[in-house]
Design a protein around this ligand. Structure first.
Ligand code: 6R9
Length: 586
């Protein structure tokens, strides 16, 4: 098994990349005497500079002498291009903030962004924060019901959207007494109804100077709706102080340097697309590129090549889809500008780490975090040896432990499975769930913040993911983590993707059932099923071997790309599917 094999930094020394020391220096050194005030000082806090995130992403960067540097290089699905400098970002976010303020949107009110990844999404995000309002980004692919639930819960007063999403907003609006203003960024000659107003970024008079809302560190900033482990949408409330850890984790984990061209392919409807698709890179004054188009290996490689992307933050789903396409499309492109790759959202199978090293000459670095943590909390750092399949080590300033599932006391011995817990209090931890104090209270026990994920820690202090609390399979009293089974499945040459879930069993209570999609050119058959079962049995154990394999065309996943095992499990148990509003339709 290659699981756990160490990939040392030596292997990263590729002739094509200039080797510069990582921003973090060494993890051990960075951890010694760490204080978040390191980042606060760098951000100028204490000198009386504004704390407001919006100001920090734009005005502060201009003041550092980067006003004319591109902040956003945008490409649309049809190849359209737009480029905005940090000065444009400063002025256009001012414009948005002033415009909304004039129309009665006030500090603390919730403003929803219901947009594709168009430039207005990014500029309005910054503007809404400058105004002191709370920004609520939602996937524009949401249907009217998912939209209405989240807007109703948040008491949202304003939605910024596009013409093509107006019908959904209009239908949702009948249920939303608090929604006063619908802003359409591309109205053109569309006939707008009551409470609907056109905003044209290019035509609006540019607001050169704007007094940003004097946000305090604890002033609410972003409200992110997440499905969490139970599947019920919850509004995770962040505050302006989150910037401190989003800024520093971007610098140390994603290793962004001044001349980088950074691509985070996540949609801002998902926390990755805001923490590291807006706040992280711009607070570091780095150019980011955005592609407002869906997945496609050829399209993505062309984009990486054309934009000379140097640092790429992606997710296992996308990586597995790229693996499925094989090396041929990779070799058709010049990806030599790439120098650092990172991944988040789901466990990163060892196979994916090895594959990326072969395909791109660089391994993906796994990073672990949640909507609730607001920033990366456990990760693999540039310069630190990677153990393929491990999530890495806690970020300096974060104390993580594996907790006993009953007592919530830290488990001392390496390798024993428990709940991943964190000591509360880092800057970007959520301050509550909107309208749901009871749900928030459940996230803590014995002084620990509970992630709801199970894992282990090894003798070297590396953390390993086992599964979400409700995804772990209990077969005859043995706990089997889906990640381990899925990683073994992925090593089989016919398997493209997989999900391992519990299936009821009269003898063992539960057994493992695997749902598998196949690589192009492979066909499902009873022989293949047996072959794959044996393959897993040899690699893991008879207990972890799937008792049944279902070959399926695709797996249910969320809009952020996560495989939703609980839906497959519920089907096996004949239980209700729970909230499925974040599921992607195929
Ligand atoms: C950023 C984000 C959080 C849940 C988390 C865990 C899973 C995220 C992971 C990972 C294994 C990783 N998750 N990163 N599991 N390894 N590197 O994903 O936030 O959408 O709130 O999801 O995603 O189960 O608890 P969010």
């Amino acid at each position: 098994m290659r699981n756990g094999e160490t990939i040392g930094p030596a292997l990263l020394e590729l002739p094509r990349t200039e080797v510069r020391p990582p921003n973090i220096g060494s993890w051990e050194e960075a951890r010694k005497g760490f204080a978040w005030s390191v980042a606060e000082r760098e951000l100028g806090w204490g000198r009386g500079d504004p704390v407001n995130i919006g100001w920090n992403l734009s005005d502060r960067i201009c003041r550092l002498g980067r006003a004319q540097k591109p902040a956003l290089v945008w490409e649309g699905a049809e190849g359209q291009e737009r480029c905005y400098t940090f000065d444009d970002l400063r002025v256009l976010s001012n414009t948005m903030a002033a415009w909304l303020g004039e129309r009665g949107v006030g500090p603390g009110e919730r403003v929803c962004l219901f947009l594709d990844r168009v430039p207005e999404l990014y500029l309005a995000f910054v503007g809404i924060l400058k105004l002191g309002a709370v920004v609520q980004p939602l996937f524009s692919a949401f249907g009217e019901e998912s939209l209405a639930t989240r807007l109703l819960d948040a008491g949202t007063c304003c939605v910024v959207t596009q013409r093509k999403h107006l019908p959904k907003v209009r239908r949702a609006r009948t249920l939303l007494p608090d929604l006063r203003l619908v802003v359409v960024v591309d109205a053109g000659d569309a006939k707008l109804g009551e409470g609907e107003v056109a905003f044209d970024l290019d035509a609006e008079p540019r607001v050169e100077s704007y007094e940003v809302f004097p946000a305090q560190p604890e002033t609410p900033s972003v409200l992110h709706y997440t499905s969490g482990t139970t599947g019920q949408p919850k509004g995770a409330q962040h505050v302006h102080r989150s910037l401190v850890s989003q800024f520093l984790t971007t610098k140390w984990v994603l290793d962004l340097k001044e001349d980088d061209v950074y691509w985070c392919n996540a949609d801002p409807g998902w926390v990755t697309g805001t923490s590291y698709g807006i706040i992280g890179p711009w607070s570091n004054g780095v150019t980011q590129v955005v592609l407002d188009a869906g997945f496609g290996a050829e399209r993505w490689y062309s984009f990486l090549e054309k934009r000379r992307v140097t640092v790429w933050y992606s997710a296992p789903t996308a990586i597995r889809l790229l693996m499925k396409e094989g090396l041929v499309p990779v070799r058709r492109h010049d990806l030599s500008a790439l120098r650092h790759l990172a991944s988040v959202g789901e466990p990163l199978n060892p196979e994916a780490v090895h594959w990326s090293r072969d395909a791109y000459g660089l391994p993906f670095h796994d990073t672990f975090w949640q909507t609730e943590t607001g920033c990366i909390v456990v990760s693999n750092y540039p310069g630190m040896p990677i153990k393929a399949g491990s999530m890495g080590k806690p970020f300096p300033g974060i104390t993580a432990a594996i907790l006993d599932l009953k007592t919530f006391e830290p488990i001392a011995e390496p390798g024993r499975v428990g709940m991943i817990g964190l000591v509360p209090g880092w800057p970007s931890m959520i301050r509550g769930y909107w309208n749901n104090p009871a749900g928030y209270a459940k996230k803590f026990a014995n002084g620990w913040y509970l992630t709801g994920d199970r894992g282990t820690v090894d003798a070297d202090g590396y953390f390993w993911f086992v599964g979400r609390d409700d995804d772990v399979i209990n077969t005859g009293g043995h706990l089997v983590g889906p990640f381990e089974v899925e990683s073994a499945l992925l090593e089989h040459p016919a398997v493209a993707e997989s999900a391992a879930v519990a299936k009821p069993d009269p003898v063992n209570m539960e057994v493992v059932k695997a749902f598998v999609t196949l690589k192009p050119g492979r066909e499902a058959s009873p022989d293949l099923e047996l072959e794959i079962m044996n393959f897993v049995r040899k690699r893991l154990s008879p207990i972890a071997m799937p008792q049944e394999i279902a070959f399926v065309p695709s797996l249910p996943r969320t809009r952020s790309g996560k495989i939703v095992r609980r839906v497959l499990r519920a089907q096996e148990f004949g239980e209700p599917l729970g909230d499925v509003s974040t599921l992607m339709e195929d």
